[in-house]
Design a protein around this ligand. Structure first.
Ligand code: SF4
Length: 345
């Protein structure tokens, strides 16, 4: 008999699922699953033995299965390829920064957004991940860290997929992650990255969950942005920047604009000037990401000099900018690369 997976259910859903058991049993089981990381009912020794046996016949508690693990030489980045129940695979990247441990998770299997510099979109979208599967990615990383005597400090939803194209499951997962009976993670420790789904940014603003919004901007003019990121043809820069500003004003959270520097494409002083101009007066900062070459895409990394000049220009023209520290290049940390390689092999 197929057993139903309880992992990923909210407390309210557990109460309904486990009825007519008393509601306090659902609370106990939620704590065991989410707080104590238990995977079997046998471990739940505050439940009567016969109840544990009965639950085991009807239910399971399952997160993803590890298919492959790669550690960077400096041990700061660990990449996992996780297998899901239908045979799909997703990438999860754990990064150990000076300021804490962060996990980058995927929100979809593949991606339909077609950004020209990205390996994740090469085969299009296979399917959305469920809230339980996304939470499972986070729990996998959290349990891995716990085994090392460490803890997870923040979550970024910046891996494969466009999270705002999987909106309902994303919001369900975020609310569950924030619950005290789950990991109790502060919304301020969560970052959602989008390529610019403007109506969904507006919807997110009204959810009253003040996560950090990160917008993959990458190009400061419509023509080139539309050529590199097809989403720009639907929602151009003017509406995207207005939605970003509106989000920042409504939540009081500074919006991060991601800017991937592609050698000879968008890394000149003129691009920096335009970027500074369009972000002028916004509650925003820019995260510069020197392109990490991927075999599947024909772009070059910027020169060190171009990166420095771009960075300097922004910071001397009123735009706070940082350069993303390169992490895990030796474990294919750019999104989609490990999965693409494993699938192709
Ligand atoms: S960069 Fe993000 S949104 Fe764009 S194709 Fe890749 S995964 Fe999709």
């Amino acid at each position: 008999m197929n057993r139903k997976n309880l992992f990923g259910l909210t407390l309210a859903e557990l109460k309904t699922e486990l009825a007519p058991l008393p509601k306090f049993r659902a609370k106990q089981i939620a704590a065991h699953i989410y707080k104590h990381g238990m995977k079997t009912f046998d471990e739940m020794n505050d439940l009567p033995k016969n109840l544990r046996a009965e639950l085991s016949t009807r239910y399971e508690i399952k997160i993803a299965e590890l298919l492959k693990r790669l550690d960077s030489r400096d041990k700061l980045t660990t990449k996992f390829l996780l297998g899901l129940s239908d045979g799909a695979a997703v990438e999860v990247v754990l990064m150990r920064h000076d300021y804490g441990n962060s996990v980058c998770i995927s929100s979809q299997v593949g991606c339909q957004m077609g950004c020209r510099f990205c390996a994740s979109t090469l085969k299009g979208l296979e399917r959305n991940l469920t809230a339980a599967e996304m939470l499972g990615e986070i729990f996998f990383a959290e349990e891995f860290l716990r085994g090392d005597g460490q803890k997870l400090d923040s979550v970024v939803i910046m891996g494969t997929g466009e999270p705002l194209m999987n909106y309902d499951e994303l919001i369900k997962m975020l609310r569950l992650l924030h619950e005290d009976y789950c990991l109790g993670m502060s919304y301020r420790k969560i970052t959602i990255s989008t390529c610019g789904i403007v109506p969904a940014i507006k919807k997110l603003r009204d959810e009253k969950i003040p996560v950090t919004l990160s917008i993959s901007l990458h190009v400061p003019d419509d023509k080139l942005r539309s050529a590199l990121m097809p989403i720009n043809s639907a929602f151009g820069l003017k509406s995207l920047l207005a939605a970003g500003d509106d989000y920042a004003q409504a939540t009081g959270r500074r919006v991060t604009y991601e800017y991937i520097l592609l050698g000879g494409v968008n890394d000149t002083e003129e691009h920096a000037r335009r970027l500074a101009k369009i972000l002028s007066g916004q509650l925003a900062n820019v995260n510069l990401i020197p392109f990490n070459p991927v075999d599947e895409r024909n772009f070059l990394p910027p020169t060190n000099n171009a990166v420095k000049k771009f960075f300097h220009f922004l910071n001397t023209h009123g735009i706070g900018a940082t350069i993303r520290k390169e992490m895990g290049a030796d474990v294919n940390a750019a999104c989609g690369q490990l999965r693409a390689k494993i699938i192709a092999s």
